[in-house]
Design a protein around this ligand. Structure first.
Ligand SMILES: CC(C)(COP(=O)(O)OP(=O)(O)OC[C@H]1O[C@@H](n2cnc3c(N)ncnc32)[C@H](O)[C@@H]1OP(=O)(O)O)[C@@H](O)C(=O)NCCC(=O)NCCS
Length: 182
């Protein structure tokens, strides 16, 4: 995709506010420690939203996210490159559930980089990968109070399936390749 960013799943972009290039790429096992540092650096509010509650075993979670034994479970990272250094500023975890035949995901963007379009870019990249794997449906559950996730999902074309409860919303999207794309 890019010579500068080997492994990028979409063309790297320059975010006006970041003064650096942001590359969205697949996580590998060597990212476990940086991902753990990233999770630790999220605000408590963002972290609790990402994990639907408090988690203290962040290095274990990060190690699970980068396990690469199944093609239909993957993690995308948004990495900011500045002066030759890489820093994780977002992640999206995708896992396919054979039993219900849809992919599920969770996503976060570092607090300082929220509302710059990164969440939507990672969602798009994740959907493209899921389509390439032959998956037809993607779903997620989020708290009713999580306005940012609900707003992001709506913008990405998800609908409320009505399967949530008083605390949570169940969101889903049928995947299809954009006309004209290979
Ligand atoms: C949800 C989250 C990933 C969104 O990432 P982001 O990079 O800020 O999202 P984007 O900038 O791509 O925003 C895309 C759209 O989402 C919606 N959105 C984003 N933040 C919002 C907010 N605070 N309130 C309402 N809508 C919001 C908007 O429609 C936005 O489009 P717009 O900026 O043109 O209005 C981020 O807020 C986050 O990490 N939250 C904490 C973790 C979390 O809640 N994860 C979800 C559960 S797994």
């Amino acid at each position: 995709m890019s010579q500068l960013f080997p492994g990028a799943v979409v063309e790297p972009v320059e975010l006006a506010a970041t003064k650096g290039m942001v590359c969205i790429r697949t996580a590998g096992q060597s990212d476990a420690e940086s991902l753990s540092v990233y999770f630790t650096g999220l605000s408590t509010t963002s972290r609790n939203k990402r994990f639907s509650g408090a988690r203290t075993d962040l290095s274990v979670v990060a190690a699970e996210c980068v396990e690469s034994d199944r093609l239909d479970h993957f993690t995308l990272l948004a990495e900011l490159r500045q002066e030759g250094q890489g820093r994780i500023i977002g992640e999206a975890r995708y896992a396919y559930d054979e039993a219900v035949r849809h992919g599920e995901f969770a996503i976060s963007v570092a607090d300082a980089f929220q509302r710059m379009g990164l969440g939507l870019q990672m969602m798009t990249a994740m959907e493209t990968r899921a389509i390439d794997l032959g998956h037809e449906m993607i779903a997620a559950e989020t708290a009713r109070t999580n306005a940012e996730m609900r707003g992001l999902a709506k913008k990405a074309g998800f609908r409320d399936t009505g399967l949530g409860d008083w605390q949570s919303v169940h969101l889903a999207k049928r995947l299809s390749r954009q006309p004209g794309l290979p």
